[in-house]
Design a protein around this ligand. Structure first.
Ligand code: GDP
Length: 439
């Protein structure tokens, strides 16, 4: 699966690693090679173009992690951009609460729809669902027979109806699921060898008749570039919610898998790499990107560096607060944090004597909301530099927030007290930096 691309990229990266420092020309040369490798893997040229532009821009201008070598920094950017290209996050198959859930499969003939229907049923059965397969492909000779055979192997029932009218079969299939208490219906539909109007019209008619919760398009990874055109045609005419990419085990160049998300905007939900019922995997863009780059150790090293950088950013943020450069924006953040932790009452009742404070009514939950409304009526400058809040500004804020001036004054007083208290309570910045071994 995408082995050629993987090998090419690794070759390019080892070329970079042998250089200590990377000049702009080195990066340009590497980008040209990556571009060629992607095009040879049959990735759509528009996708390649925007991928290279984004990657190059970041390699030349973006943040460089000191803990990584220049070559590792380039690999980090490529990994990031490749993950983004593949869809960023895993798009799970979400079943709605509807009974039964209806999943409809569409795609060209030979794309692997019938096999995918059985694989999906197998997967759902493993997850304790009771799926029903519906044989909606009435044109391909033996499609219903094939589905029945596969279903028999995995112990799932098939509804075949009269074997003539796909819309009727789909509708009756859903009824059958209701009367036999099955919670998911998977409808196989007919494909043609090429995109054509009859196929689209029929898929649309089935869709109108059963209103599926999801339409998944099955595409054959071996068809390369063409995958993208077919998917774009379906997206325009019938629309679908996600993709099952079949035959990822083939020795094809696999560029379709890399292009489809960008071109259609639809997520790849599953990939299949084999004919067996258990060969359907959830698609994880990050894992796939790592697999393509194929450098386990290097990738963990890069991830570790990114994590450390993130921690440093958080640490600096905390230190800024401690330097008592507390702003009213921070005040709102703290307020939200308290709310996330379950509100003032929960925090206070966790303290010794907190229950008593609650009982005596010393806690005002509504104060948090009022505070946020007042701060929201301030300008950015006022929030960042509360010292500019003179009498006329306070009066304007009170009007804007629908409160009295003394309420605004009380908030500012509270803010100043918090700032003072934080300064007293927290270790100094020098102490903190000492701990981190920094000057
Ligand atoms: P349909 O016309 O879309 O229903 O396609 P089929 O489900 O009949 O699949 C066409 C052929 O591809 C069959 O021979 C399947 O066994 C095979 N096939 C489907 N998925 C995969 C896969 O992931 N890997 C491999 N190697 N073959 C597959």
């Amino acid at each position: 699966m995408l082995e050629n691309l993987s090998a090419r990229l690794q070759g390019i990266f080892s070329g970079l690693k042998s250089k200590g420092r990377l000049t702009e020309e080195d990066i340009n040369a590497a980008m040209r090679e990556i571009r060629m490798a992607l095009l040879e893997a049959d990735v759509n040229f528009k996708v390649v173009k925007s991928f290279i532009a984004a990657t190059k821009e970041r390699c030349l201008t973006a943040e460089v992690l000191d803990s990584l070598t220049p070559a590792q920094n380039v690999i980090r950017v490529v990994l990031d951009e490749l993950t983004a290209l593949l869809g960023e996050t895993n798009a799970k198959l979400e079943l709605s609460g509807r009974m039964p859930n209806v999943i409809m499969l569409v795609g060209l003939q030979g794309s692997g729809k019938t096999t995918a229907a059985a694989k999906l049923a197998y997967r759902l059965k493993q997850q304790n669902h009771q799926p029903l397969l519906v044989a909606g492909d009435v044109y391909r000779p033996a499609a219903a027979e094939q589905l029945a055979t596969l279903a028999g192997e995995i112990g799932v029932k098939v509804y075949r109806g009269d074997g003539q009218d796909p819309v009727r079969i789909a509708r009756e299939g859903v009824q059958e699921a209701i009367s036999t208490m099955r919670d998911v219906v998977i409808i196989d539909t007919a494909g043609r060898l090429h995109v054509d109007e009859d196929m689209m019209a029929e898929a649309q008619a089935i869709k109108d008749a059963v209103e599926p919760d999801q339409v998944l398009m099955v595409v054959d990874a071996m068809t390369g570039q063409d995958v993208v055109n077919v998917a774009a045609a379906f997206a325009e005419r019938v629309d679908f919610d996600g993709v099952i990419m079949s035959k990822m085990d083939g020795d094809a160049r696999g560029g379709g898998a890399l292009s489809i998300r960008q071109v259609t905007g639809k997520p790849i939900k599953f990939i299949s790499a084999g004919e067996k019922p258990d060969s359907l995997e959830e698609f994880h863009p990050d894992r796939m990107a790592k697999r393509i780059l194929g450098m386990g150790d290097m990738v963990s090293l890069i991830e570790q560096a990114v994590r450390v950088q993130q921690e440093e950013i958080e640490q600096e943020e905390a230190e800024r607060l401690l330097r008592a450069s507390l702003t009213l924006d921070d005040f709102i953040m703290m307020n939200r944090q308290i709310r996330k932790m379950g509100g003032v009452s929960k925090l206070i009742s966790a303290l010794p004597g907190g229950d008593r404070a609650m009982a005596s009514g010393q806690v005002d939950e509504g104060a948090l909301d009022a505070m946020e409304i007042i701060i929201n009526s301030m300008t950015k400058e006022e929030r960042q530099h509360p010292e500019v809040l003179n009498g006329s500004r306070r009066a304007r804020i009170a009007r804007g927030a629908g409160v009295t001036v003394p309420e605004v004054n009380a908030l500012i007083k509270k803010f100043n007290e918090t700032k003072k208290m934080m300064k007293k309570m927290m270790p100094s910045v020098d102490e903190l930096q000492g701990k981190r071994g920094k000057k």
